[in-house]
Design a protein around this ligand. Sequence first.
Ligand code: F3S
Length: 369
Amino acid sequence: MKMLVKLGELFDASRLIPIDSAHVSGVSYKTLGEAPTDFLTALANANEKVVVEATLNPQSLDPKHLAKRLPTNLVERQRKLNTIFDKLGFLKSFTCTPYYIKEPRSGAHLAWAESSAVVYANSVLKAWTNREGGPSALAAAIIGKTPDCGIHRIENRKPKAIAEVEATLEDETEYGALGIFLGKILEDKIPLIKGLRNPSLENLKQLGAALASAGMANMFHYEESAVTEGKLEKITVETKHIKETLEELTTATTQKPDLIFVGCPHCSLQEIKEIANTIRNRKVKSNIEFWICTSRKIKEKAKAYVSKIEASGAKILTDTCAIVTWTDKLGIKTIMTNSAKTSHYAPTLNKAETILAPLKECLKTALKQ
Ligand code: F3S
């Protein structure tokens, strides 16, 4: 409660408001490290429990495919953390797409801490959440409230800039490139993005994840009907901007990846279906790993497609992703992905070179013809 009140004071909130759900990030031992374990243990030993639906971001391992390949001491530390979160009452969701587990209702106040999920919830699902830090989302889960500030307040949800997209976006990587391009310019300003032509939900997911990686905007508007006030900064996005951003996001000089990774943010049922239907009866090349990351819930729902995909030699990983696990300890030096967010982070967080390419190119590279 002291943490939430302090945060509220910092951002001029006059009260705490009830939330429908909380989503905690910083679950992977790779990103969290040892320091917060004592704090979490103390909370669990004091019998604290979450009082709202509370979900967890991905951890550092997949129980089926990665646990045996990673150093035992790291696996044990992750499992210890998971036990503490379990004792605190969190759902073992281990996903960055909690909205595929339970979609928040439009207008619901949330305290979510995964930036890609925050942007998707605010912009596409029309729920209301600030971009929490792991500790403030944890506190909100236990208290069931969050400070009434930031974009919990309607006056702070208005567009502060207009992005006119003149480029025609062909696939999910181009939507991701748009997000990275705008994120760098906008910093924390909420944009109204004009000129998107019937984007799919998955393309909006890529756009939001990338926007939040390169900048601090917690939402975007994309309906032409969004209300704007006063004279707003205008950004024009031309084809050359998308092309240059795509080029910057590919750092590898080779076209031979060690790992092909799709599922950042975690795959929807629709994406898994599309992958299964494209793979058909083909097999993954013997010198390439192919990971498709999703949540336990979606993997369960996608059973029929999962067996088809895994028969090809591709692996459907749950609970984790390439960024929050130790790909370097698995000998992976080059990652090919359809996610601009992964391409943005992998050079620093995974010490890996990246190749950014749409799903159809990733599948072409992964599969024997
Ligand atoms: Fe999710 Fe990992 Fe991407 S947590 S958003 S798949 S970096």
